[in-house]
Ligand binder design. Structure first.
Ligand SMILES: [Zn+2]
Length: 411
């Protein structure tokens, strides 16, 4: 096990006048307490405590000062440097994270102000640190010291976070596992065995259906509640539904990583998110954002959970992964959501489970094997046992619920 540490940067989004004033008060009181404790030459926590106890600060900021000041006083710290801006430090018990994907700004941070008064402020995250926030939010990463500061008129909050990752011996024989994240099946994984045969596909169909139902409920129920003027109830009901979705996504992403863990030197291959966003074609902004949210969230969860087990994650360009035949490389189409049909009459694949087909294309793309392609049509592929991969198709009812979901989003 290796411990990774990262400083997560959150930019606080437009604190209103009241919150801005509170943040300034905290910063001011902290700076005063810091200077007073430093000037009193507090070389022990007890001595620092006697000074900082008198300031109007939260216990988390005072505790951070008790640890920080003796370090300063013990060293060769120049008193002049105290005039510089110091970030307000908090011990890790005070600040908290919250996540509300249904809101335009998804993340919230709780910043302690006085002893029993704190501020919840929406925050923008660095998208590259999303896996850390996902891990932190469910307790798979640990929060360390936090720091509040302002820079060029903006407020920032830094969280020092740690998590454990495993290092694995790598061997030349990799098992690339294609991961297709979709709507009907929430996730589909498949890989080829050493003979190139598609093997042990796994689909999370029920979970896909459940997430769609929950989102549908969210949109219809909250709209109804809002019409009746019950904003509060709508909000807490919405939070609860999204918590359930979040829980489901965590269950599925853990299972995806456990699936990969069975194989020798696995590499999880995902579609590149930036391309996915460009290719998305949904009506309303809300719908598009929340759809993309599912991808981003599952990507981030898979990444950190894979790292915990020392499993590599790679991304590939997703162009045409769902429209190409994994066997002959010909372009096909989807007569139904769950069915891929190859348009090459010479190819043995006539109908194939669409998500498994996409997962195989994703895995192949990682190896640069675009070429399971036309030239090979009459070769080894004819021996594939892929015909047996057919899994239960989405029922008509399911297709209707899909329509409904889209309808609910679009309005
Ligand atoms: Zn084909």
């Amino acid at each position: 096990m290796t411990e990774l540490t990262e400083t997560l940067e959150l930019k606080l989004v437009n604190p209103n006048t009241h919150k801005h004033r509170k943040l300034c008060e905290t910063k001011h009181a902290y700076q005063q307490a810091l200077e007073a404790a430093f000037n009193a030459d507090c070389t022990t926590q007890t001595a620092a405590n006697d000074v900082v106890v008198n300031y109007d600060l939260s216990g988390y900021a005072k505790n951070a000062l008790k640890q920080y000041v003796p370090q300063l006083c013990g060293g060769s710290y120049d008193a002049k440097e105290l005039k510089d801006d110091h970030p307000v430090r908090f011990t890790n018990e005070g600040p908290k994270l919250d996540h509300k994907p249904q809101n335009a700004i998804e993340w919230y941070v709780k910043i302690p102000h006085h002893d029993d008064y704190h501020l919840w402020i929406p925050a923008q995250i660095n998208p590259e640190q999303r896996e850390w926030l996902e891990a932190l939010y469910v307790g798979d990463a640990k929060m360390g010291e936090c720091r509040l500061f302002d820079r060029d008129g903006e407020w920032y909050f830094h969280i020092v976070a740690t998590r454990d990752v495993e290092e694995r011996e790598t061997s030349p024989a990799e098992t690339p596992i294609g991961v297709d994240i979709g709507e009907a099946s929430l996730v589909t994984v498949c890989h080829r065995n050493e003979r190139g045969t598609p093997t042990t596909p796994n689909l999370w169909n029920d979970e896909g259906k459940r997430v769609r139902q929950l989102r549908e409920t969210y949109f219809t129920a909250t709209r109804r509640l809002q019409k009746r003027g019950s904003e509060r109830i709508a909000e807490s009901y919405g939070d609860e539904l999204w918590r359930q979705i979040d829980h489901l996504l965590h269950t599925v992403t853990s299972e995806v990583v456990a699936y990969a863990d069975q194989f020798e030197n696995p590499v999880l291959v995902l579609e590149d998110l930036t391309h996915i966003r460009e290719n998305m074609d949904y009506g309303a902004f809300m719908n598009r954002r929340l759809h993309g949210w599912g991808f981003a969230k599952m990507h981030a969860q898979i990444r950190y959970k894979a790292a915990e087990k020392g499993i590599r994650v790679e991304t590939v360009n997703p162009a045409y992964t769902s429209k190409t035949c994994h066997c002959c490389g010909e372009t096909g189409y989807r007569p139904k959501q769950a069915t891929f049909k190859c348009s090459n009459s010479a190819c043995w694949v006539s109908k194939y489970q669409a998500d498994v087909n996409a997962a195989l294309n994703i895995a192949d793309r990682y190896l640069g094997r675009e070429s399971h392609s036309r030239e090979h049509t009459s070769g080894d592929d004819s021996a594939e046992e892929g015909g047996r991969l057919t899994v239960p198709q989405d029922t008509q009812a399911d297709a209707e619920s899909q329509q409904l979901t889209l309808g609910a989003y679009a309005s």
